[in-house]
Ligand binder design. Structure first.
Ligand SMILES: [Ca+2]
Length: 338
């Protein structure tokens, strides 16, 4: 072996053995409407994979779906993958429970074995102890290095709008706008449809004023994963049967099975926005020119390229669709080493 090759191998070995969860690891906060569509659950599995691989540090998960099953299910998944310590926040406001419209998160939480014991035993959160999302954002961001954080938002913009409008508090003397400008380097947001401009995309349409406020006023760049990119890459039903078989029952796979009648393939909107935060590689995506996203009163979106624009969006070609799908399957089905 040549000496230079040996030195390189030793350096690689030292790097792989050292604790890489250091200040150069991207901090991520995940903002989700967990329970509305199953790509949120797959996205959380992907982020936990990258957290365990020391590519990111998943600092918190905040829920913008006003049901307690959302943060409770997030906590269940975090516990299942070995991370009960990751804090989970909840949107304020009502209703916070509405049993008339059960979602897959609630169904998974309620799963029972034939003897009546829960399928997923975990230390459940007490509803009254789940922190309000904006407080959790401020508490978390205040401790992080400048420009170290990516916020991945795959639901409504309610919490982020409230964060940007928040005043100084016990966690930081900065306003929310100042705190985000200082600590956050990017929003990766699943929202908008730039192909069908008559389509009010769901995440925008559910809270148009909040989405418009965030897009218009974000102090840091925003990269959108638009509707048409998510539908171009379909998560295969077959992977739910084959990829999660390392566990007798997996809360992510069970969520998928409880969402729609199996078997079905599903667009990967939120999973792609999460992959971009961890691996912004041109193997997986291309980026549009920078510009400005505008939202009309119905929630329909248009994109206009412009100089000094803070908005861009992901695009995928045939090879990238193939590469991304393969990577999404690898990362969402990983088995954690406990
Ligand atoms: Ca979502």
């Amino acid at each position: 072996m040549k000496k230079s090759v040996f030195v390189v191998l030793m350096l690689l070995l030292v790097c792989s053995c050292s604790n890489r969860k250091s200040s150069d690891v991207t901090n991520v906060i995940f903002e989700t409407d967990m329970g509305n569509d199953v790509d949120d659950a797959l996205a959380l599995a992907l982020l936990l994979h990258y957290h365990d691989a020391d590519v990111i540090n998943l600092r918190a998960v905040c829920c913008n779906k006003a049901r307690y099953s959302a943060p409770q299910y997030v906590h269940l998944v975090n516990c299942f993958y070995g991370h009960p310590e990751i804090p989970v926040g909840q949107v304020s406001g009502t209703p916070l429970d509405d049993d008339a419209n059960p979602d897959y998160a609630g169904k998974v939480l309620a799963m029972k074995n034939p003897d009546g014991t829960p399928v997923f035993a975990y230390p459940a959160l007490k509803n009254e102890e789940i922190p309000e999302a904006v407080s959790l954002y401020r508490k978390t961001l205040a401790t992080l290095p400048d420009s170290s954080t990516i916020i991945v938002s795959v639901g409504f913009s309610t919490n982020i709008a409230s964060l940007l409008e928040s005043p100084a508090d016990e966690y930081s003397s900065l306003t929310g706008m100042e705190l985000v400008r200082q600590k956050v380097r990017l929003f990766s947001i699943m929202a908008c449809d730039f192909k069908d401009t008559d389509h009010a995309e769901y995440n925008v349409e559910q809270n148009v004023p909040a989405a418009k406020f965030v897009f218009d006023n974000s102090p840091v760049p925003v990269v959108f994963t638009p509707y048409e990119v998510g539908t171009a890459i379909m998560y295969p039903a077959a992977t739910i049967d084959s990829g999660f078989s390392w566990a007798k029952a997996n809360p992510v796979a069970e969520g998928y099975k409880h969402y729609l009648q199996m078997p079905y393939d599903r667009p990967t909107w939120d999973v792609i926005a999460s992959l971009y935060a961890a691996e912004a590689s041109d193997r997986y995506f291309s980026l549009s020119p920078w510009g400005k996203v505008n939202i009309d009163e119905q929630g329909r979106s248009t994109f206009t390229p412009c100089e000094n624009g803070k908005h861009a969006y992901l695009m995928v070609n045939g090879q990238q669709i193939e590469n991304t799908l393969r990577r999404l399957i690898e990362t969402t089905t990983y088995q954690p080493v406990k």
